[in-house]
Design a protein around this ligand. Structure first.
Ligand code: AMP
Ligand code: AMP
Length: 356
C-alpha cells in the first residue's frame, strides 16, 4: 500500500529519470508526453514523416523516431525491447496495429491487453456492457426486423466513417445494395445528446476517478441542423459521423452519480471477464442521453481517448481531485511513477511486459 500523501503530491521521482514513456505521434500523444515530462520521465514520439517536425517542435519531447507510416511501428519493436521504454497506447495503436501485433510485443505496455479482445469485437463488447448492467441500444439481426430508425455500423470503421442512418425497414431495403459483402451491425438510433465520459481507474489504490467529458464535433452530422429541414428535402444529403474534434462538457450534477456508477460497473464486469486485473488506467464510456435522462451506452474505449485533449491543463473534474493541472495523460504518468515508487511496476503493465 502506498502512503496516500505520496499519491497526492509525489516528489519529483528520480525513478522516472530512468524510464522513457513512448507513444505514436498522433491522437493524444502531445497530452501523454507532456504529462510524462511533468512527472519526470524521458519522452519519445514515434511519428510519421509528416508529423515528425511537429513533435520535434515541442521542448517536452526528448526524442522523435520517424517511420514512413504508423503500421511500420512493429519494425521498431526489437530495438525498443532493448531499452527502458514504457508504451502508453492510444486510439492510433488500435487503428494501425492488429490485435496480434499488440500481443506479440513485449515492450512494457501500460494497460491490460486481455481487455482488447473484449473491446475489439462488437459482440463481446455488448456482452461486457450487458454484464455491467448498462443500457445499450437495441440491435437488429436483419433488415426486416427494423421497426425504428437505425444506424448501420460497418465493422472496423474508423471514427464513424461509413456509418449510415436508416429511417425504417423500407429505407434499409432500398439501400442494402451499398452494403453488399460488408460486415455491419444494425443498431437502434438513439435520439438524444452525446456525452463521452473519461475515467481513470487505479489498480494501485482501487479508486475510480472521473477525469473529464467531451462531446464530439462530427462532420457533417453536426452541421445538418444549420440547414432548415425543408431546404434539405430533395438535396440528397446523407449524415456522416467523421470526427474532426472535441469540445469540453460538464454534466448536470444530479447525473454525475450515475456516470460514476457506470464506470464502477464496467470495471467490476471487466474484472470478472479478464481476471484478476481487468480494466485499469484510462477509459471512456460513450453515451447518448435521452430526454428522460437515460444513458444509452454505444461503446467503451479501454484507453485514453482523444476527447481528453481539451483538458491538457486539467478539467473541472480533475481539479476536484488534484490541486494542480492533471490531464489524463499526466494521470497515467503519475500512476506509472507511483508504481515505480512503491516497487510495483507490473501492477500497471500488461503481463506480457518484459522489464529491463
Ligand atoms: P488517427 O491517428 O487520427 O487516425 O486516429 C486513430 C483513431 O482514433 C481513429 O479511429 C480516430 O477515429 C480516433 N480519433 C482520433 N482523433 C479523435 C478525436 N479527436 N476524437 C475521437 N476519436 C478520435
Ligand atoms: P462510434 O463509432 O460508436 O463512436 O459512433 C460514432 C458516432 O456515431 C457517435 O459519436 C454518434 O454521433 C453516432 N452514433 C453511434 N451510435 C449511435 C446510436 N446508436 N444512436 C445515435 N447516434 C449514434
Amino acid at each position: 500500500m502506498i502512503a496516500p500523501e505520496l499519491l497526492l503530491t509525489p516528489p519529483q521521482a528520480k525513478t522516472g529519470d530512468f524510464y522513457t514513456i513512448a507513444t505514436l505521434g498522433s491522437h493524444s500523444a502531445l497530452q501523454i508526453l507532456k504529462g510524462a515530462r511533468d512527472e519526470g520521465f524521458r519522452t519519445l514520439a514515434i511519428a510519421n514523416r509528416e508529423a515528425e517536425r511537429l513533435y520535434r517542435s515541442y521542448a517536452f519531447v526528448d526524442e522523435v523516431i520517424a517511420i514512413d507510416q504508423y503500421s511500420d511501428f512493429m519494425s521498431l519493436v526489437p530495438e525498443l525491447e532493448t531499452r527502458k521504454v514504457i508504451i502508453v497506447p492510444h486510439g492510433s495503436f488500435v487503428a494501425y496495429l492488429s490485435l496480434e501485433d499488440h500481443k506479440q510485443m513485449r515492450i512494457p505496455y501500460f494497460g491490460n491487453k486481455a481487455v482488447l479482445d473484449w473491446e475489439s469485437s462488437r459482440e463481446l463488447q455488448r456482452q461486457w456492457l450487458t454484464r455491467a448492467g448498462l443500457r445499450i441500444p437495441r440491435q437488429f439481426r436483419t433488415g426486416a426486423e427494423i421497426d425504428r430508425p437505425v444506424i448501420v455500423k460497418l465493422y472496423g470503421a474508423q471514427g464513424g466513417k461509413g456509418y449510415m442512418f436508416v429511417r425504417d425497414a423500407h429505407d434499409f431495403e432500398q439501400r442494402a445494395g451499398k452494403l453488399a459483402r460488408q460486415n455491419y451491425i444494425l443498431q437502434e438510433y438513439i435520439i438524444g445528446v452525446p456525452a463521452y465520459i473519461h475515467y481513470f481507474y487505479s489498480s494501485l489504490t482501487g479508486k475510480l476517478e472521473i477525469m473529464s467529458m467531451d462531446r464530439r464535433y462530427e462532420t457533417n452530422v453536426d452541421s445538418l441542423g444549420r440547414i432548415p429541414a425543408a431546404a434539405q428535402e430533395g438535396m440528397d444529403v446523407e449524415p456522416s459521423y467523421v470526427v474532426v474534434g472535441n469540445a469540453p462538457l460538464v454534466l448536470r450534477e444530479s447525473m454525475l452519480a450515475h456516470a460514476y456508477r457506470m464506470g464502477e460497473d464496467v470495471v467490476r464486469a471487466s474484472q470478472e471477464l479478464c481476471p484478476p486485473k481487468g480494466l485499469f488506467g484510462a477509459f471512456c464510456i460513450e453515451t447518448i442521453i435521452t430526454p428522460d435522462t437515460q444513458f444509452y451506452v454505444m461503446e467503451i474505449s479501454a484507453r485514453i481517448v482523444a476527447g481528453t485533449n481539451p483538458f491538457i491543463d486539467g478539467s473541472p473534474y480533475s481539479y476536484l481531485n488534484y490541486s494542480e493541472p492533471m490531464s489524463t495523460g499526466r494521470r497515467i504518468a503519475r500512476e506509472i511513477k507511483n508504481a515505480l515508487l512503491s516497487n510495483n511496476l507490473p501492477a500497471v503493465l500488461d503481463d506480457s511486459s518484459r522489464l529491463r
